[in-house]
Design a binder for this molecule. Structure first.
Ligand code: TSJ
Length: 679
């Protein structure tokens, strides 16, 4: 302990926190050692501001903010892993909805920190680090952006929080209550072997702050941690839900890191290049002040026979950069230049061919770009666009060199990649023409499709469009509906698989054209949700394999061409009954086998009482269809939502693959991205 410093703090009458005085900003700067440079200056504060305005620190106190606390603590353990001292991180959702995060790193320092006069652990948990970085100089710390606000914010927003550190043969513990008040100073409570070391943090989010919900979603935590495991190859991350008995647990360890991430996203698709291409490198940049920064970047990529253009997933410091930024720009540059270079040198493009565009090169590409930067700058509408200009050149030179090397060493993959891009170029020209034709069609006055039985209301908020499989079911739906607000568009057989079809074919497909015209909001970047003619788009298909397939094709179509429709929660799946029982002249319906069993019991049906199993919607007459599936007062529908594009892309791709089983599984597990609603 630095005696001189301690005295200064006492004299200065700093902010009191947790019964302990800590220096305020100006004072700590005034009294700082003369040889402190600007980079060392840290703004130290108590935790009151966090509890007063939690939104400023974690964005929201709704469910996302609650989960943010977990990301925050996990980030610290990941930093320790990136520094090379930690190989395993465990996250437990406890039965009381508190969270425990344990790592096997060096353990947060337990000795007294010069600036605060508190132990390292207590400093980390009670002092807000608004600037600079605590523990800088010790290891490679990259937390930044939305994350990286620190353990103190988590503590400030918790009803209690306990920290245990195993370090140098000792077991240390401290406890905080009611927003970070120290109730037990860091104390050595036992011994441990010298081989044991690590940090364990348990916190219970404060229900007076998280008033909306304090319930943790296992899926959300699992997905995030799996992504962290992909982005930080070699770190084992274990997630356990101890609220369930027996508890549920999954371990994520990807020694291949982002290479395995790309394989994971592409599983179920046919690769163009069987080997995932991997580029990696680091560069030191010297700032004006002489400070040296190490910037690291890695890229993994693989093309498939899909036609998608949205397979680029970029990150900085493990945070998704949804708006892209300089790392993506550097990648695009190198990708375009390298593929054109290679193609020309190997006579795959001739003198009379135009250069391939970046979009041509990216068609069907799945790519993960991950940068680690000690001082990231974020820009854009949602602050998810990397702004550091030096990153552009670093990524482009890494990818330029290493991608070219790959192409030279793998000529057959190289040729396939170039051919894929050449096809994309050809398709781009054809699609442009087809799109112009489609636009002209859509402008026509009598542009509503003939097969559409429209509703009479023109108020989109109350209007519903039933997209129905088959003409006979379509007939029942037309006759059974509420004509005021319900429109019916029957589909003939199967619609085109938009994931596997070229764009110019998609626009020529009659069924798809009908849907675009009926919905009325346009498509793709021109889609305007304010122009849609119905606020409920209801997919109604048979409860069999064909019906399942059509439903998935439709969802894929909406996902690809009218994504805001899904994001806005306008898409539903109708739930027709599976069984009908006549009893004393009244009809009873069951929507699944469980319900049927209940119904049999409730009605005390005798063995052999006739039960009708609907094989398809076509078997129902208009009245039955209305009563069971379309009447807004009694029907059940599933509302489709998508919150994670990468996850959804994977779900859709799996479903579109040649293998039928994931498709079936999707149907039975619809809950994966659909919530049950009684509407
Ligand atoms: F911060 C925290 F409480 F959120 C937290 C920190 C939570 C968890 C689960 C782990 C950690 C953490 C911190 N794990 N490992 C570390 N390491 C350090 O703080 C550390 C240890 C040693 C040295 C050194 O230079 O000797 C430096 C640091 C930053």
């Amino acid at each position: 302990m630095d005696e001189e410093k301690k005295e200064v703090i006492a004299e200065e009458d700093g902010v009191t926190y947790g019964g302990i005085e800590v220096p305020t900003n100006e004072r700590s700067i005034e009294k700082a050692d003369e040889n402190y440079t600007a980079e060392n200056i840290q703004v130290l504060q108590g935790l009151e501001p966090v509890r007063k305005r939690p939104g400023m620190y974690i964005g929201t106190t709704a469910s996302a903010g609650l989960h943010h606390l977990v990301w925050e603590i996990v980030d610290n353990a990941i930093d320790e892993a990136l520094a090379g001292y930690c190989t395993r991180i465990e996250v437990i959702i406890n039965p009381d909805e508190s969270i425990t995060v344990t790592d096997n790193g060096r353990g947060i320092p337990v000795d007294i920190v010069h600036d605060s006069g508190l132990s390292g652990v207590e400093t980390a948990f009670t002092i807000l680090h608004a600037g600079g970085k605590f523990g800088s100089g010790g290891g490679y710390k990259v937390s930044g952006g939305l994350h990286g606000v620190g353990a103190s914010v988590v503590n400030a927003l918790s009803s209690w929080c306990e920290v245990e550190v195993k370090k140098e043969g000792g077991l240390y513990k401290t406890r905080f209550e009611n927003g970070g008040n120290i109730v037990q100073h860091l104390t050595k409570i036992g011994e441990c072997s010298l081989e044991e070391h690590g940090t364990k943090v348990t916190f219970k989010p404060d229900p007076t702050i998280f008033t909306e919900t304090t319930h943790y979603q296992y899926e959300t935590i699992k997905n995030h941690l799996q992504q962290m495991a992909f982005l930080n190859g070699g770190v084992a991350i274990v997630v356990t839900d101890a609220r369930e008995t027996p508890s549920r647990s999954e371990t994520f360890l990807y020694n291949g890191g982002i290479r395995e991430y790309v394989s994971f996203i592409n599983s179920g698709k046919n690769p163009i290049n069987p080997e995932v291409i991997y580029c990696q490198g680091a560069e030191k940049v010297t700032l004006v002040g002489g400070e040296e920064l190490r910037i690291y970047c890695e890229v993994a990529m693989q093309w498939t026979d899909y036609y998608n253009s949205d397979g680029i997933y970029s990150f900085c410091n493990n945070i998704s950069t949804k708006e892209g930024g300089t790392h993506v720009e550097g990648f695009n540059l190198a990708l375009n230049r390298t593929i054109n270079d290679y193609a020309r040198k190997n006579k795959l493009l001739t003198d009379k061919d135009a250069n391939l565009t970046t979009d041509d090169c990216k068609e069907g590409l799945t790519c993960v770009i991950s940068a680690k930067h000690p001082n990231p700058q974020y820009e854009g509408q949602t602050k998810t666009k990397l702004g550091n200009s030096e990153v552009r050149k670093i990524v482009s030179s890494i990818v330029g060199e290493q991608l070219m090397q790959f192409l030279l060493e793998h000529p057959s993959s190289a040729k396939a990649i170039v051919e894929k891009a050449k096809l994309a170029a050809r398709g781009r020209v054809a699609a442009q023409k087809a799109r112009e034709t489609a636009r002209k069609d859509a402008l026509g006055i009598s542009s509503l499709p003939g097969k559409l039985a429209d509703c009479s209301s023109r108020n989109p908020e109350e209007c519903e469009l039933y997209i129905v499989e088959g003409n006979s079911a379509g007939g029942s739906a037309k006759n059974g509906r509420d004509r005021e607000i319900q429109a019916v568009l029957p589909l003939r057989g199967k619609i085109l698989n938009v994931e596997k079809a070229r764009e110019e074919h998609i626009f020529k497909n009659a069924e798809i054209g009908n849907m675009i015209l009926a919905i009325g909001g346009g498509i793709r970047e021109n889609f305007d949700v304010s122009k849609i003619r119905y606020h409920k788009i209801v997919i109604m298909t048979d409860a069999d394999v064909d019906g399942d397939h059509i439903r998935i094709l439709l969802l894929t179509f909406f996902y690809r061409f009218m994504r805001p429709l899904i994001e806005g929660g306008y898409v539903y799946i109708a739930q027709p009954p599976l069984y009908k029982v006549e009893y004393k002249g009244n009809p009873y319906y069951a929507y699944d086998d469980q319900e049927l069993e209940k119904l049999k019991k409730a009605l005390q049906l005798k063995e052999g009482h006739p039960i009708q199993r609907y094989k398809g919607l076509g078997e129902m007459n208009p009245e039955q269809l209305w009563e069971t599936t379309m009447d807004p007062n009694v029907r059940k529908m599933i509302r489709i939502t998508i919150d994670d594009a990468a996850q959804a892309e994977k779900v859709f791709s799996d479903l579109m693959g040649e293998d039928v089983s994931p498709r079936k599984q999707f149907i039975s597990e619809n809950a994966r991205f659909a919530e049950n609603l009684d509407i």
